[in-house]
Ligand binder design. Structure first.
Ligand SMILES: Nc1ncnc2c1ncn2[C@@H]1O[C@H](COP(=O)(O)OP(=O)(O)OP(=O)(O)O)[C@@H](O)[C@H]1O
Ligand SMILES: [Mg+2]
Length: 282
């Protein structure tokens, strides 16, 4: 394994509620995110995904255990800026992440705050907008764009900080299918061409299936971790923690329940079609 860019060691966390109670939200998470990897995190509502994500750039600090970003303890207050520069966050609602009235000003906002020199900002803004396919919209008003376009602007804003890692918390949850596909393609491309490490939290099985690695959370713990092919084969296990599986896996699983000899790991549409073709021809 390459060096981990993010490492959690027995990470524990509780929020204290109005009644003064502190139910356990993260109950000991050990996770290493390898540099350059593309990791999806799945889990039922309330399983602790967002809480985990917020530990990845020190928005939250552990109640117990440790989180390291590039080897730096996130609890080290003096390193907060370094941590935020290394790991950028993108959230669900693009409207809450737009701060300026012109696209390119919006993208420039974060690097300006970091004190980056003006000519360097120009370069970064242009590059970030090109990377998300929104360069032609640089002089547009963000609030007139579609949800998917706005989310790509938000991603450009994070990229302009040149982070090594981007953590996206359900970035496609509020988008239509076209916007979803655009955002996912954008993120994938950043990973493949620029080597940006990506951690994406999603409720969409088809998005999770595209990751190199899939981490499943339930009740504040990691309950499965592997390639999508490996993880999705445990159909019963995933259903037991309130999740579904991709349509391809579900179909093959049903066929197996009915006694048919089909592979469970034919995850892509093409592989699944091939498995069905083979079944029908035998
Ligand atoms: N600010 C908060 N104060 C108190 N409790 C919280 C807070 N944020 C989350 N929780 C609780 O912590 C638990 C985990 O929440 P979290 O948001 O991490 O889950 P999640 O997996 O991201 O869920 P979802 O799929 O709904 O986004 C839930 O029981 C939630 O109610
Ligand atoms: Mg969440």
């Amino acid at each position: 394994m390459n060096d981990p860019i993010i490492k959690t060691e027995d990470l524990r966390f509780s929020y204290t509620n109005a009644e003064g109670e502190s139910p356990v939200v993260l109950g000991g998470v050990d996770l290493q995110i390898e540099k350059g990897s593309f990791v999806a995190v799945l889990g039922h509502n309330g399983s602790g995904k967002s809480t985990l994500a917020k530990h990845m750039n020190a928005i939250l600090l552990p109640s117990g255990g440790k989180v390291y970003v590039s080897g730096t303890d996130t609890a080290d207050e003096e390193k907060l800026l370094d941590i935020r520069r290394t790991v950028g966050m993108v959230f669900q609602n693009p409207d809450n992440q737009i701060v300026a009235n012109v696209v390119e000003e919006d993208v420039a906002f974060a690097p300006e705050n970091l004190g980056v020199a003006p000519e360097e900002i120009r370069r970064r803004v242009d590059e970030a907008l090109q990377a998300v396919g929104m360069y032609e919209y640089r002089e547009h008003a963000p609030h007139l764009l579609s949800g998917g376009q706005k989310q790509r602007i938000a991603i450009a804003g994070v990229i302009a900080m040149e982070p090594e890692c981007i953590v996206l918390d359900e970035p496609t949850a509020m988008l239509d299918p076209v916007g979803r596909a655009d955002v996912l393609r954008t993120v994938k491309q950043l990973n493949r061409t620029k080597g940006v490490t990506v951690v994406i939290i999603t409720h969409h099985m088809d998005e999770a299936a595209q990751a190199d690695r899939l981490v499943v959370m339930a009740k504040g713990k990691v309950v499965a971790d592997g390639t999508p092919k490996e993880v999705f084969q445990d159909v019963e296990g995933l259903k037991a923690v309130g999740l579904t599986v991709p349509d391809t896996t579900e179909l093959l699983w049903q066929l197996r329940q009915a006694g048919q000899d089909v592979p469970l790991d034919a995850l892509s549409d093409e592989e699944c079609a091939r498995a069905l073709y083979d079944l029908l021809n035998n």
